[in-house]
Ligand binder design. Structure first.
Ligand SMILES: Cc1cc2nc3c(=O)[nH]c(=O)nc-3n(C[C@H](O)[C@H](O)[C@H](O)COP(=O)(O)OP(=O)(O)OC[C@H]3O[C@@H](n4cnc5c(N)ncnc54)[C@H](O)[C@@H]3O)c2cc1C
Ligand SMILES: *[C@@H]1O[C@H](CO)[C@@H](O)[C@H](O)[C@H]1NC(C)=O
Ligand SMILES: *[C@@H]1O[C@H](CO)[C@@H](O)[C@H](O)[C@H]1NC(C)=O
Ligand SMILES: *[C@@H]1O[C@H](CO)[C@@H](O)[C@H](O)[C@H]1NC(C)=O
Ligand SMILES: *[C@@H]1O[C@H](CO)[C@@H](O)[C@H](O)[C@H]1NC(C)=O
Ligand SMILES: *[C@@H]1O[C@H](CO)[C@@H](O)[C@H](O)[C@H]1NC(C)=O
Ligand SMILES: *[C@@H]1O[C@H](CO)[C@@H](O)[C@H](O)[C@H]1NC(C)=O
Ligand SMILES: *[C@@H]1O[C@H](CO)[C@@H](O)[C@H](O)[C@H]1NC(C)=O
Ligand SMILES: *[C@@H]1O[C@H](CO)[C@@H](O)[C@H](O)[C@H]1NC(C)=O
Length: 660
C-alpha cells in the first residue's frame, strides 16, 4: 500500500491518548477522554487500483472503516453505536420510521443527542465541528458578537460578493428559503435567529468525517444537509435543526494528460468536491485544455451544479457538464465510500449525473474529461426603446434575435441576455455576452449579420462589440462578471422551452408573445439561447430530457418592496408560480425546467425537473437511501416529506422535517 506523503502528518493522531475529561454541562455526565484512543476516527486506506485509474486524494484516503468502529466499540464509549455503519438492520428502522410518519430530531427534543455526544462526535471528527453562528449575526446584539465594523462589511458585500457566502459554513445565497431570520440590519436590537440555518456544520477535510456524519445522522435520526457554496436557487443547503456537511474546502485538483477508462483515452481532471468554476478554469488554462463548466464564477462545479446537469457556455457544442463525468467518489447513505463509474455502481453513477444534489450520497471528487484548447469569440450589444425606437420596433428587434435561436445553437453558440422594463412602455435588451466557441470574429460577424441587418432596418442602432480570445478562460473571465446574490425581495422560476416551438410558425408566435407579455407586465427575464444535444452525442445519464431538445432556458423573477410582510411575499410568490409561469407552461406543454435554477413551488416537479427519468430515480432513491438520510426540497423522493409550520406560498426550510 502506498500512502500519500501528506497523510503521514495525520497518522500520529491515530492512537493518541488525550489527557482530558469531557464534561457535559447540562447533565454533568463525564466521559473519560483517556479512553478515547482513536481520534480522529480514521484509518488510511489505499484504493483498489482496478476501480478507477485515479488514486485517492489524501482527503479521501483517511476513512472510517470497520476496524476503526471495532476499536471504538471495544472502548465502551458512551453512544459509540451512533457512529456505526448500517449493517442491514437500520434499513428496517428506516421502514418503521416511514410507517410511523415520524420526524427528524431537533435540538430540544428528548431524543436529540445530548451535548456529551456532540463532544464525542467532535473528538472523532478531529475537532471539525462548528456550532452555527449566522453570517449576519455581528449586526445584532442578541448573538453576543455584535461588531459594527464586521456588520458594515457583511452588509456591503451581502449582494455583490458571493465568495463571502461560499466561504461561510452555513450561509445560503437565496436567504428567502432560509426564512430571512438573520439578514444584515441597521437595527441591532432586532433578533437574529437560526431559522433554517443548520445547528451544526462540519468543516470537511477528509472522507472519514463525511462517513461519521452520515452514520450519526442516520442512527440518531438527524436532518442532514450538504453545503458546498450555497448557490442553490432554492436554498437547498439549509435545514432547521440540521447537521451540515460543508464541502467547500475539498480543493484538490489533479491533471491527467492521458486518462484511460472504458472507451475514453484523453485528458482529464480529478477535482475535489469544493472546487469552484474559477479554480477549474484556471487549472484548465494552465494545462492548455478546455473544461466544461458554468458561467457563474463562484459556483461549485462538483456539487449541486454537476448533480443538476450543469449548463455551460460550451453546452451547444459539448452538451451538459454532467455528460463529461468519467467517475465519481461518493459516500453513500449507509456510510460507505464507493466509486461510481461506468464499471462500478453503474446505477448510482447514472443517478448522480442529473438526478440532483443531496439525494444519493455525498460526492467527494469527480473525474471530468476535458477538450483541447480552442479559440472563442465574444460579442456584446444592447438596445432600448427611445424617441426613435418605439416599443413595437424594440420587440421586433428582440424577435429578430429570437428567430435565430435554432440556427445559432446549431452553430454551437450560447448567448445570455436580459430583458427588463425600464419605465412605462420602455424596455432594455442586453446581450451579456454572446459566446461563439471555436469561431473567429469573421465567422461570428457572418453568423450575426442577418440579425443586425434586421435591427438596422428597424432603426435600432445596436453596434456589437467583438472580442477574440485564443482560449476559453479569458473570454469567460472578461465577460461574466460576478453576479448578485442574497436578495430578500426576489423569487425566480424558469422553463426549458422546446426547439419545436421555433419550428412551427404559430407556436413560435405564441411563445414570443407570452415572453413579451411577461416582460411588459413588469417581470424581469434572463434567457440563455443554449442547446445540449451535441452532434457527437451524449451519454445516457439522469439529466432532465427537456435539456436535450431546448434552445431557450429562460428565468423570470418577481420582486417586492424591501420589508414586505410575509403575506405580500407569499402573494407575489404564488403569482409567479400560478399566473406568470402558467402562461409559460401553457405554451410549452410537456416541457420541463432546470432544477438548479427553478421555482421551489414548481407544480409536478417530478415531471418538470426529471421528466421520464423520474421513475428510475425514485426506485434508486429507495434502494440507496431507504433510511431517508438525504432530503432537499424538490429532490427525488422529497414528496415523501414535508417541512412543518410553513406559510402557504412561502416554503422555507425553517421548520421540522417530517415524513408524510
Ligand atoms: C450566480 C449564479 C450563477 C449560476 N450559474 C450557473 C451556470 O452557469 N450553469 C448552471 O448550470 N447553473 C448555474 N447556477 C446554478 C447552480 O448550478 C446551482 O445553484 C447549484 O446548485 C450550485 O451548486 P453548489 O454545489 O455550488 O451549491 P450548494 O447550494 O452548496 O449546493 C446545491 C445542492 O447540491 C447539494 N450538494 C452540494 N455539494 C454536494 C456534494 N458534494 N454531494 C452531494 N450533494 C451536494 C447541496 O446539498 C444542495 O442540495 C448558478 C447559480 C448562481 C446563484
Ligand atoms: C488521564 O490520564 C492522566 C495521565 O495518565 C491522568 O493524570 C489523569 O488522572 C487521567 N484522567 C482520568 C479522568 O482518569
Ligand atoms: C450538576 O452539578 C451541579 C453542581 O455542580 C448541580 O447543581 C446540578 O444539580 C447538577 N445537575 C444534574 C442534572 O445532576
Ligand atoms: C485499533 O487499536 C489497536 C490497539 O490500540 C491499534 O493498534 C490499531 O491501530 C487500531 N486500529 C485502527 C484502525 O484504529
Ligand atoms: C468494555 O466492556 C466489556 C464488557 O462489559 C468489558 O469486558 C471490557 O473490558 C470493557 N472494555 C474497556 C476498555 O473498558
Ligand atoms: C448489526 O446488526 C445487529 C442486529 O442485526 C446489531 O445487534 C448490531 O449491533 C449491529 N452492528 C453494528 C456494528 O451496527
Ligand atoms: C461590494 O460592494 C462594496 C461596497 O460598495 C465594495 O466595497 C466591495 O469591494 C464590493 N465587492 C465586490 C466583490 O465587488
Ligand atoms: C474547431 O474548428 C476546427 C477548424 O475549423 C475543427 O477542425 C474542429 O473540429 C473544431 N472543434 C470543435 C470542437 O468543433
Ligand atoms: C406570426 O406572426 C407574424 C407577425 O409577427 C405573422 O405575419 C404571421 O402570420 C404569424 N404566423 C402564424 C402562423 O400565426
Amino acid at each position: 500500500m502506498r500512502f500519500p506523503v501528506a497523510l503521514l502528518a495525520v497518522l500520529p493522531l491515530v492512537g493518541l491518548v488525550l489527557g482530558q475529561t469531557i464534561t457535559d454541562g447540562q447533565n454533568n455526565a463525564t466521559l473519560d477522554a483517556n479512553e478515547t484512543t482513536v481520534a480522529p476516527a480514521a484509518q488510511p486506506v489505499s484504493k483498489d487500483s482496478s476501480a478507477a485509474p485515479a488514486d485517492l486524494f489524501t482527503s479521501e484516503a483517511a476513512q472510517l472503516t470497520d476496524n476503526v468502529i471495532a476499536n471504538l466499540t471495544a472502548l465502551n464509549l458512551t453512544s459509540i453505536d451512533l457512529f456505526s455503519f448500517d449493517n442491514g438492520s437500520s434499513s428496517t428502522d428506516g421502514a418503521s420510521k416511514r410507517d410511523s410518519g415520524s420526524c427528524k430530531s431537533m435540538p430540544g427534543d428528548v431524543l436529540y443527542p445530548p451535548n456529551l455526544v456532540w463532544k464525542v462526535f467532535n473528538l472523532l471528527l478531529g475537532g471539525a465541528l462548528i456550532q452555527t453562528t449566522p453570517l449576519a449575526s455581528p449586526c445584532y446584539t442578541n448573538w453576543n458578537n455584535y461588531d459594527a465594523g464586521k456588520c458594515s462589511y457583511i452588509s456591503a458585500n451581502w449582494a455583490n460578493n458571493s465568495f463571502m457566502h461560499a466561504d461561510d459554513p452555513t450561509s445560503v445565497m437565496w436567504p428567502l428559503y432560509q426564512g430571512l431570520t438573520c439578514m444584515p440590519t441597521t437595527t441591532p436590537s432586532d433578533s437574529c435567529r437560526l431559522g433554517a440555518y443548520p445547528s451544526y456544520a462540519i468543516e470537511v477535510r477528509s472522507v472519514y468525517q463525511i462517513q461519521l456524519a452520515i452514520n450519526f445522522a442516520r442512527n440518531a435520526n438527524l436532518r442532514l444537509v450538504v453545503k458546498n457554496t450555497g448557490h442553490d436557487f432554492n436554498g437547498k443547503s439549509a435545514g432547521a435543526g440540521a447537521l451540515s456537511l460543508w464541502t467547500h474546502n475539498l480543493k484538490d485538483i489533479q491533471f491527467f494528460r492521458n486518462y484511460r477508462s472504458g472507451t475514453y483515452n484523453g485528458p482529464a481532471f480529478k477535482l475535489g468536491a469544493g472546487v469552484q468554476a474559477f479554480e477549474m478554469y484556471e487549472a484548465a488554462e494552465k494545462q492548455g485544455v478546455t473544461a466544461v463548466g458554468g458561467e457563474g464564477k463562484s459556483v461549485g462545479v462538483m456539487g449541486g451544479y454537476l448533480a443538476g446537469g450543469g449548463h455551460s457556455p460550451l453546452s451547444s457544442i459539448y452538451g451538459m457538464a454532467a455528460d463529461h463525468v468519467l467517475s465519481m467518489e461518493v459516500v453513500t447513505p449507509d456510510g460507505r465510500f464507493v466509486t461510481a463509474s461506468d464499471s462500478y455502481n453503474k446505477d448510482l453513477f447514472w443517478a448522480l449525473r442529473g438526478g440532483g444534489g443531496s439525494t444519493f450520497g455525498v460526492v467527494t471528487s469527480v473525474v471530468l474529461k476535458v477538450y483541447p484548447k480552442m479559440p472563442v469569440t465574444i460579442a456584446t450589444w444592447q438596445f432600448t426603446t427611445s424617441p426613435t425606437v418605439s416599443a413595437e420596433a424594440f420587440w421586433s428587434g428582440v424577435r429578430a434575435y429570437y428567430d435565430e435561436f435554432v440556427r445559432f445553437t446549431d452553430k454551437g453558440t450560447y448567448s445570455y441576455f436580459q430583458l427588463v422594463g425600464i419605465g412605462p412602455g420602455a424596455f432594455l435588451f442586453a446581450m451579456a455576452p454572446f459566446v461563439a466557441p471555436n469561431m473567429s470574429k469573421q465567422d461570428l460577424e457572418a453568423l450575426l449579420k442577418p440579425m443586425f441587418d434586421k435591427l438596422s432596418a428597424l432603426g435600432i442602432a445596436a453596434t456589437p462589440q467583438y472580442f477574440e480570445y485564443t482560449s476559453f478562460k479569458p473570454a469567460w473571465e472578461n465577460h461574466f462578471p460576478l453576479e448578485s446574490v442574497g436578495s430578500a425581495t426576489l423569487k425566480t422560476a424558469s422553463r426549458l422551452f422546446p426547439k419545436a416551438n421555433w419550428l412551427d410558425a404559430a407556436k413560435s408566435n405564441a411563445t414570443f408573445s407570452v415572453l413579451r407579455q411577461t416582460v411588459e407586465s413588469g417581470v424581469v427575464m434572463l434567457g440563455f439561447n443554449i442547446a445540449a444535444a451535441p452532434t457527437a452525442g451524449f451519454p445516457d445519464n439522469a439529466v432532465n430530457p427537456a435539456w436535450r431538445n431546448t434552445v431557450l432556458h429562460a428565468i423570470c423573477g418577481v420582486i417586492w418592496p424591501e420589508g414586505s410582510s410575509p403575506d405580500v411575499i407569499a402573494a407575489q410568490s404564488k403569482r409567479l408560480t400560478n399566473d406568470v409561469m402558467q402562461k409559460w407552461r401553457d405554451v410549452s406543454p410537456g416541457a420541463g425546467a432546470y432544477m438548479s435554477e427553478a421555482d421551489i413551488m414548481e407544480p409536478n416537479f417530478q415531471q418538470a425537473f426529471y421528466g421520464t427519468k423520474y421513475d428510475k430515480l425514485y426506485q434508486l432513491k429507495q434502494r440507496y437511501d431507504p433510511f431517508g438520510v438525504f432530503y432537499a426540497p424538490t429532490a427525488v423522493g422529497s414528496e415523501d416529506w414535508t417541512v412543518r409550520d410553513q406559510i402557504d406560498g412561502w416554503p422555507t426550510q425553517n421548520g421540522r422535517l417530517c415524513r408524510l
